[in-house]
Write a protein that binds this ligand. Structure first.
Ligand code: PLP
Length: 248
């Protein structure tokens, strides 16, 4: 879900009050699909709160592996430190300098993400076309996966407002819970393994994320290509119906 400005301000307030460093993972800043929602960096929010908050320490993170570039094979990233003493910056620099540096391709890509083609550049038109095509396809895929999940018995899924994931809650019949116990597995892990074996679709059990006791979820992405979607949705729907029948 995309955090509201109020929510972000409350987080900044909390960090100030508790003297905590705010670590803002902002790798999904380009992946926002919900109408009327937008990315507000914590740096912007922090600065908008006035001088009283200028001692709040913030580190924000960005990566080449997300967004519309999605360059997972050429990993690169950066972190920006705000509100720190220069001495701390110097120490971080020293630590970074004694480590192995990240691969060159990743560094080049990160610099391109930070400095994309501008209006008037020869590649600008193509850049905009590709960026918009990728982001609007992700938006369609986010809608399709959520509406397909919400059609399944006992499944409820919030809108995927951003990022690349849907995280539905699923009802697991008691018989399936008993079968999972016998196998020494968590009930949602049983669901995910049976789904994988039956369809080849790989999702992550919610138990791996620390879900509320007595609830079950799985996490899925909407990254497969759009033309594969009908088959994935069909496989998931048929599997779910069979699973619910098998353990009814
Ligand atoms: C929220 C979030 N932050 C950071 C990362 C890590 O990205 P990278 O491997 O490009 O550093 C991921 C990867 O899935 C992620 O989902």
């Amino acid at each position: 879900q995309v955090l509201s400005l109020e929510n972000q301000k409350a987080i900044v307030e909390f960090c100030k009050k508790e003297k905590l460093i705010l670590l803002a993972d902002e790798v999904y800043q380009d992946n926002i699909y919900a109408e009327g929602k937008e990315f507000n960096s914590f740096k912007k929010v922090l600065r908008s709160m006035g001088d009283d908050y200028k001692d709040v320490q913030l580190i924000s993170f960005m990566s080449t592996s997300k967004g519309f570039y999605g360059e997972c094979g050429r990993r690169g990233g950066y972190m920006e430190m705000v509100g720190f003493d220069d001495g701390v910056g110097g120490l971080m620099n020293k630590i970074a300098s004694v480590n192995l540096c990240s691969n060159t391709a990743g560094q080049i890509l990160m610099s391109l993400v930070m400095d994309p083609p501008k209006e008037g550049d020869a590649s600008y038109g193509l850049y905009v076309q590709e960026r918009d095509a990728i982001l609007s396809s992700l938006k369609r895929r986010a809608k399709t996966i959520v509406s397909s999940l919400n059609k399944l018995e006992g499944v409820s899924c919030n809108d995927a407002e951003g990022a690349m994931y849907a995280f539905p809650t699923i009802t697991i019949p008691q018989k399936a819970q008993d079968a999972a116990k016998e196998q020494g597995r968590k009930p949602d892990a049983l669901y995910c393994i049976e789904l994988l074996k039956k369809t080849g679709v790989c999702v992550v059990p919610g138990s791996g994320f620390g879900q509320k006791e007595g609830t079950f979820h799985f996490r899925t992405t909407f990254l497969p290509s759009e033309e594969d979607f009908p088959e994935i949705v069909k496989g998931l729907t048929e599997f779910h119906e069979e699973f619910m029948k098998k353990y009814a």
